[in-house]
Design a protein around this ligand. Sequence first.
Ligand code: ADP
Ligand code: GN1
Ligand code: MG
Length: 383
Amino acid sequence: MNPSPTTAKALPPNTAHLVRSIADQFAIAGEYILGEEIESGHINSTYLATYELSGGELRRYILQRINEQVFKDPLAVMRNVECVTSHINWKVLRKKRDLGGQTLSLYPHKTGRFYHHGEGGGIWRCYNFFEGCRTYDVVKNSRQAYEAGHAFGAFQDLVSDLPADEIVETIPDFHHTPKRYDALMAAVEEDSCGRVAAVQEDLEFIRSNESEVGLLLKLQKEGVLPLRITHNDTKINNILFDQESDEAVCVIDLDTVMPGLSLYDFGDLVRTATNPAAEDEEDLEKVQMSLGIFEALVEGYLAAAGSVLNKAEIAHMAFSGRLISLELGMRFLTDHLNGDQYFRVQREGQNLDRARTQLCLASQIAEHEATMNSFVQKVARSR
Ligand code: ADP
Ligand code: GN1
Ligand code: MG
């Protein structure tokens, strides 16, 4: 089970001191009373800061340090995030005339900027904390899947009119699957940790799929698939759900918002939502791709973004789930072979388990792809 924000962890004294001093740099009203850590997410360091207002009311805020190993230009990330959050806030405000605390907003630093340069290095930012929400690592039912599909579809719709030149590519070739394939082959060649011998079967499966890794890029080059502004990290735990109603409240983790293909977003959603097991499941018997969940994702996504997408995007929705599962399988395997330098791990072999789960899912999607395609077409026709 994923820790919900309310089960955030106590901090060791050094980190507690650091978080308090960072929180102090932002224009937050009240008195700082507690800092805790939220451990979900493989990339950033995320903390929860609690303040007490003069009347005794408690308010909480998210403080995040951007991972500079992953994001080489964190200020460019912040410019993108500022642009996307203000665009979404403006659109929601215009439509509803009330934000109601339901959109992600950056809090200003004391200088008026939206980030803080940490003394020991690092770029920090502060967001509003969504009370009464939780995240899921694994989708529990079709309704949640519909909500998730709808949330990412609505996100696509909300950013569809952002001027493309305002958002920069902060991680070049993030979803360039052929380059991910090449990076894996380079890691195999180098075998820096002596782990290649044990992953021959996994490599065989990946090599057998090589001819398809460039398909979406080819369609993009031919002008069949349009370049859009996309989220690029649409895993299920990047959506906040209302704890009571289980409705999707907000899409978070905007660091990878960049120009991309809508199919990268839908594909990653399929990868994370249709697998009923954990992302790092060791028992592959438990990785059974759920067609019912796929169908709910399609219904939700098309209900919110169907009018934005073209025919080719719709025709490749099932394929995108297979491609992104394969891509993540390759990324996790590459990191395993390179000695776990990119994705945070809690145990040895975790990146290999993550890789195998994704590869298993990719092969199951291939088995059901024809049925999945027919379903997508049926929903698209009925709209
Ligand atoms: P990472 O890039 O490391 O995945 P995220 O931005 O996804 O970082 O944040 C990690 C976790 O922190 C999320 O999965 C969620 O549980 C929690 N979280 C992040 N932002 C908020 C927020 N504004 N309100 C409530 N919880 C949040
Ligand atoms: C990382 O930050 P997080 O945990 O939401 C990664 C994604 C992967 C995901 C796999 C910037 O996402 O690309 O799909 O792990 N983010 C980055 O769980 O590399
Ligand atoms: Mg995240």
